[in-house]
Design a protein around this ligand. Structure first.
Ligand code: IVH
Length: 683
């Protein structure tokens, strides 16, 4: 290509690629498929290779492929980078105290109007100063000691949401300050990959961000993807500043910089308190960590009037939230036995207040995870609880591990090992080589499994036996009154009334409930059997496909795989279940006891916009229970799945929604609140 033509084409490509970048990384609204983006990118790379002078400072190709540095050059900040005072009172009083201080400093009487604030999130990453000259990103620096930071321009170029060239009409000099952070999905992805390679993961996203920025090799930085939010200014020249901080943020967004949408202008302490509460409710559904919110006096003139104390502005404060990660110690490590015999190691902890509740147990997931984290009795550990996610041990503070003696290195406690025998029934614990989960081999011999299986059988979405709860099942199994679900239908009033704390009336009620459960549907019955990998949705698919139990029991793996959504793993589980004579016997006994269903139930589903769509429910909806929402979806032929994937059509999210919402956001799945959900159900 002729140089002139190449230059023109390169310019077009640069603009177009950066436009797609902005749409993808800042606006979260991809404009072209990835493949098309890649094609444009490669075309530009080729042109630049052929004509190196065309590799301009704002070329998106600079986002990859910088050379490793020997060290970071020091950068003296044109305007010092300050920090902000932290209000540690996580309650509304924290906001009131700040507002009262501001009013006092400004000499405002109680009767005077509320002060206007800009409220935003406190991002948990690393402060960065971006220097734009004539709209071009020329330098990025860390905060360092506030006076002098380090030149991390190459690494910052790998952050796709940071524009290499500002949009609109940028001034000759503009320094933008903000936070470089690692999003939760990027953090999880990175750790998953590391784990697969048998390497150590990152402790938390903040450390991930710091580690990424401080990589001398930009290729390594690019492997730990970061994001960025602008929250303020450094030096600027040739620009008439807006009169408010909220105006500054709007201007930065107009220059194409990423500014977090979760920000507000708030009036007085009450406005701040409302913002603090609103963001707290949102906290767990954000795809990144925050440890609080930040309040800034909105008027830049008033900011100037308030000035600074030592290195902190009087006009800003950080108002924290209760921590989602805390340290505590491990008192014991025990294992729990689940319905399908799955053995879960659980750390018993010294009680610790984390994520708003007191936690005394945290899951270690499975043997492999427990070994990987090497959690031992006596260890000090990081416990995390975010939203509705069950508390987990994140990592061990290895320096604090108790030693056998003061001088030696020998740890006091040995590494955790899964017991060889089930702590409940003494059967062997087995773990197939290619699986992470170990299981008690005792099956229904194991009281723990038997109890769980009975509770599952009686569950509201299974046989729906009202009144058959934990305590009762415990007694029935421990006293050997009930061994299998079929035994429930043989219970008499006498055996029941003899049980502890069982009044005759409740015994009669329970018997009535058991009697009532005899009339059920095939789908409920299949689900109630507790076949591994057969959840409610699969049970319904099976019932619909086979129309009767005998046909299902006779089906081989190939036939089973003809059922929509049934793959080889599920098919094998089902076939294995019915191949077990004991299971067949229990089914025969249940039928003999009078359990029945309407064979060949037609699927009475009207086709609608919902039919065939997959939903995931997460968090607490304002008025609907999870079961109600589920029934509404299924009544219209939709399906409810337990986890979010690319196949999910909608996520219905309520308060305290956790990782599922994050994942939905990351995958771009449609997210509905209750009002939108109800609206959709009407169509
Ligand atoms: S403003 C003069 N706004 O918190 C005020 N800082 O001590 C300068 N941070 O490390 C800071 N989110 O990187 C400001 N919305 C926000 C922030 C924020 C996070 C960090 C900042 C600094 C620390 C302040």
């Amino acid at each position: 290509m002729q140089l002139a033509a190449a230059a023109a084409r390169a310019e077009v490509l640069r603009r177009e690629i950066e436009r797609h970048n902005h749409a993808y990384y800042v606006l979260d609204r991809p404009t072209v498929p990835d493949a098309e983006y890649d094609r444009l990118f490669r075309e530009l790379q080729v042109i630049e290779e052929e004509h190196p002078p065309l590799r301009t400072a704002d070329s998106p190709t600079l986002r990859v492929g910088g050379r490793p540095l020997a060290m970071f050059a020091p950068v003296r900040h044109a305007v010092p980078m300050l920090s902000i005072r932290t209000e540690t009172d996580t309650e509304p009083a924290g906001a009131r105290a700040f507002d009262a201080r501001v009013r006092r400093e400004l000499g405002l009487a109680d009767a005077e109007a509320p002060v206007e604030y800009a409220a935003e999130l406190k991002f948990d990453g690393l402060a960065i100063n971006l220097r734009y000259e004539h709209g071009l990103l020329v330098q990025a620096a860390t905060r360092g000691d506030g006076e002098t930071g380090e030149d991390v321009t190459q690494n910052i170029r790998t952050v796709h949401s940071i524009p290499l060239r500002l949009a609109g009409n940028p001034p000759p000099l503009l320094e933008v300050r903000g936070e470089a952070y690692m999003s939760r999905p990027d953090f999880e992805r990175y750790n998953e990959r590391q784990r697969a390679l048998g390497k150590a993961g990152l402790v938390n996203p903040r450390n991930g961000a710091a580690g990424s920025i401080r990589q001398l090799d930009p290729a390594m930085a690019a492997e730990r993807p970061l994001s960025f939010y602008a929250y303020g200014l450094g030096a600027s020249e040739g620009w008439t500043l807006p009169s408010t901080h909220s105006g500054v943020l709007a201007a930065l967004a107009a220059f194409g910089l990423p500014v977090c949408e979760h920000r507000a202008v708030a009036q007085g302490a009450e406005g701040l308190i409302a913002f603090h509460a609103r963001m707290r409710a949102l906290r767990d559904s954000l795809p990144f960590d925050i440890d609080g919110v930040v309040y800034k006096v909105n008027s830049l003139a008033l900011q100037q009037q308030l000035g600074f104390v030592t290195r902190e502005p009087r006009w800003a404060v950080a108002h924290k939230y209760p921590a989602e990660e805390m340290l505590t110690t491990v008192e014991a490590i025990e294992v729990q036995v689940g319905r399908t015999g799955a053995i879960t190691p659980v750390a018993r902890l010294a009680p610790v207040f984390v994520g708003g509740v007191t936690v005394t147990n945290a899951t270690l997931h499975n043997e492999i995870e427990a070994r990987r984290k090497d959690v031992r009795v006596g260890d000090t550990v990081v416990v995390r609880r975010a939203g509705d996610v069950i508390p987990e041990v994140v990592s061990v503070v290895i320096e604090r591990r108790p030693k056998r003696d003061l001088l030696g290195d020998e740890p006091l406690h040995p590494a955790f090992e899964l017991p060889k025998l089930c702590p409940v029934c003494g059967s062997a614990i087995e773990r197939p080589e290619d699986e992470a989960i170990a299981r008690c081999s005792g099956g229904l011999i194991c009281p723990a499994q038997r109890k769980q299986a009975l509770l599952h059988f009686a569950g509201r979405r299974a046989m729906d036996i009202e009144g058959l709860g934990d305590k009762l099942v415990e007694q029935l199994v421990d006293n050997a009154i009930v061994k299998t679900p079929a035994d429930l239908y043989k219970l008499g009033l006498l055996a029941m009334a003899n049980l502890e704390r069982m009044a005759e009336k409740s015994a009669a009620n329970l018997l009535a409930a058991i009697g009532k459960s005899k009339s059920t549907t095939l789908a409920r019955f299949i689900f109630a059997l507790g076949i591994r990998n057969v959840g409610e949705a699969t049970a319904k698919d099976l019932a619909r496909f086979f129309g009767g139990l005998d046909a299902l029991m006779a089906a081989d793996s190939d036939r089973l795989q003809q059922v929509p959504d049934v793959g080889p793993v599920v098919a094998a589980s089902i076939a294995r279940f019915f191949a077990e004579p004991h299971n067949v016997e229990v089914i025969e006994q249940l039928r003999a006891a009078g359990v029945h269903w309407v064979e060949g139930e037609p699927a009475a589903v009207v086709s609608s916009a919902i039919s065939g769509k997959t939903f995931v429910l997460t968090g607490t909806l304002p008025t609907l229970t999870r079961d109600e929402a589920k029934d509404m979806i299924e009544a219209q032929g939709g399906k409810v799945a337990g986890s979010v994937s690319k196949k999910t059509d909608y996520v219905v999210a309520g308060a305290e929604a956790g990782s599922k919402l994050e994942k939905a956001q990351a995958l771009g799945v449609a997210i509905l609140d209750e009002v939108q959900f109800r609206e959709l159900m009407k169509t």
